[in-house]
Design a protein around this ligand. Structure first.
Ligand code: SAM
Length: 317
């Protein structure tokens, strides 16, 4: 989407909190580059959320938080807090309206990012307009899918997640199909760009979607950082995913192209997820967890084109 259409779309569809968020970001422009401000904003939000639930990564992330806020004045830090409040209020309003009036969610940070023209052309950071993501999600998820009916939840992998607009749309589609997406969905999201990782993590955390956001390269399978949403940690998803893996061991697993295959073909028993829910911060995830292990194991155990076969749904970038 071009900047001009992003601006007109924002003008037509943004709620008052989204508008206030963009206005507050623009107030930084006299002293700072907006791209740096936006990146710092989403990173400190991500660090704060992570540090409320992810104890093993606390110290490294707290140090990084202090490094970032050290660049700003007290008034500017206060503005960051007001920006975060607007983001929370926008999601609260949309979730409330979705429940009461059937209105939809949206990709708040992705829309702001596009409107402020912060994308990096070389990395292909042009986020899908949310309406299109919603349409695709509705077509794929339909009445909830076999995985939710059979296992109570579906796993979804987004290998180039951007701000996770497509995952938000999948959550909305599950809601429309009558499921509580906070229980019926687990997402593993990957992006090569740390700013996108932080955007995705913050939005999925605020919507309480169980997810692991991987800072990594979906093509080479390098992993530099792991961000577990509060819903993932507090909901005991490590155990749920392991139980699901054990339950389906040897049973047919649906693949994105409709084929079936034995789960043990995808994740050999010797490579089952290991203990240790939280990986070391920013280190290669050699002993990572659950779906991240599935991601890595699938890459190691199968030809590259089948690396996403171990999940129920595939969102395309
Ligand atoms: C066109 S955007 C799409 C984002 C999102 N899926 C959407 O539809 O809004 C592509 C995203 O892929 C990411 N990306 C590019 N190469 C990647 C790679 N090798 N591994 C993971 N992410 C990558 C970019 O940083 C960017 O966020």
């Amino acid at each position: 989407m071009s900047r001009r259409s992003a601006v007109s779309k924002h003008n037509a569809t943004a709620d008052e909190h989204q508008r206030e968020l963009v206005k507050l970001i623009r107030e930084f422009s006299q002293r700072h580059h907006l791209h740096g401000v936006f990146s710092d904003f989403v990173e400190i939000c991500a660090l704060s959320i992570s540090n409320s639930v992810d104890q093993p990564q606390f110290q490294v992330r707290e140090k990084r938080y202090l490094e970032i806020v050290g660049k700003y004045t007290k008034d500017e830090i206060d503005r960051f807090a007001r920006m975060f409040a607007q983001l929370v209020l926008s999601f609260e309003k949309r979730v409330e309206e979705m429940r009461v009036a059937g209105a939809g969610l949206t990709d708040v940070l992705g829309a702001a990012y596009m409107m402020l023209e912060l994308g990096n052309d070389r990395a292909g950071q042009f986020f899908t307009p949310y309406e299109l993501s919603r349409l695709m999600a509705k077509m794929i998820i339909g009445d909830g899918g076999d995985a939710v009916k059979a296992h109570g939840f579906m796993r979804l992998q987004e290998p180039a997640c951007g701000a996770a607009g497509m995952v938000i749309a999948a959550a909305e589609s599950l809601n429309d199909a009558g499921f509580n997406y906070q229980r019926a969905l687990h997402a593993t999201c990957i992006d090569i760009d740390p700013c996108c990782v932080h955007m995705a993590y913050v939005q999925l955390s605020l919507l309480h979607i169980p997810a692991i956001v991987v800072h990594g390269n979906a093509l080479s399978a390098q992993v530099w950082g792991l961000w577990y949403t509060p819903a993932h940690i507090l909901g005991g998803w490590r155990w749920k995913l392991r139980a699901r893996l054990e339950a389906t061991d040897g049973d047919p697993v649906a693949t994105p192209d409709g084929r079936s295959e034995a789960a043990e073909d995808v994740v050999p028993a010797s490579q089952e997820p290991v203990d240790g829910d939280i990986a070391i911060a920013e280190a290669p995830a050699a002993t990572g967890t659950s779906v991240t292990d599935l991601f890595e194991d699938a890459v190691q155990a199968t030809p590259a084109q089948r690396m996403f076969d171990a999940i129920d749904q595939l969102s395309l970038f």
